[in-house]
Design a protein around this ligand. Structure first.
Ligand code: SF4
Length: 244
């Protein structure tokens, strides 16, 4: 895994490639971001943003959502997928907010992860973007991109969060996550577009897998690179592009 100094250099380059990276979920309050983030599981931010305007109009706060019934809520969130489980989670989360926090979203990781349907990733999203508390959410994009480049080294999101937080100053945590997520969505996709990447020269995956394939050599798996990040891409578009 790269030392902190190199990690920061990589992040500087990625921030230059993706200036102003931020969550793409639409929200006005911490409660709305909490709801939107729960809905975004196994969905896209664009899809969630289509659903939430009507949802937030009907359920303005935790007290209103706590009184919702699954029968009323499910059709409204149907298109985000897993709508039955999400409806149950949202109602239980809102009821817990009302009962334990007077309807307000607490500004603490410990309190947030106690809420039904809220894990570390969701809590970090809300803390970092809506509550002014530094947080570094690790989703599948952060996991894949950080492991490929070599600025983290684990399949476990909690371990990757710890590794990145140790290397990056607190005030950059949220921006770091947003930048890695955007890079994973636009460039370092499951089939990465390495020819468009600002950190190709620093990337372990490019050096050990993509560049070797370009030269007709067998890919090398970096030490401890998780299987998901090291998925083979021999013959993929990215390798063909890198050959050019
Ligand atoms: S060089 Fe390729 S694999 Fe490495 S971060 Fe960039 S897009 Fe991802």
């Amino acid at each position: 895994m790269k030392p902190a100094r190199e990690t920061l250099e990589v992040l500087d380059k990625l921030e230059s490639q993706h200036p102003g990276a931020d969550t793409e979920l639409h929200y006005k309050t911490p409660f709305q971001l909490l709801v939107a983030t729960i809905l975004s599981a196994q969905s896209t931010d664009a899809r969630v943003n289509m659903v939430t305007p009507a949802l937030f109009k009907r359920y303005r706060d935790a007290r209103a959502l706590a009184k919702a019934t699954p029968a009323a809520l499910e059709p409204q969130i149907h298109s985000t997928g897993f709508f039955r489980a999400k409806a149950r989670a949202l109602i239980r989360m809102a009821q817990a907010l009302v009962k334990q926090h007077g309807g307000e979203v607490p500004a603490s990781m410990d309190a947030l992860v106690e809420l039904p349907g809220v894990g570390r990733k969701t809590a970090n999203v809300v803390l970092g973007h809506a509550l002014g508390v530094p947080g570094l959410p690790v989703d599948r994009h952060v996991l894949r991109v950080a492991n490929r480049i070599g600025i983290a080294e684990s399949d476990d999101p909690v371990v990757v969060e710890q590794q990145l937080c140790a290397a990056v100053p607190k005030e950059r945590w949220t921006r770091t996550s947003d930048t890695l997520i955007l890079h994973g969505r636009r460039i370092c996709r499951p089939k990465p577009l390495c020819d468009q990447c600002a950190v190709r020269d620093e990337c372990d995956y490019f050096r050990l897998v993509v560049a070797r394939a370009r030269d007709g050599k067998a890919p090398k798996k970096p030490k401890k690179m998780p299987a998901k990040a090291a998925a083979p891409h021999r013959g993929s578009k990215s390798i063909r592009a890198a050959r050019r």
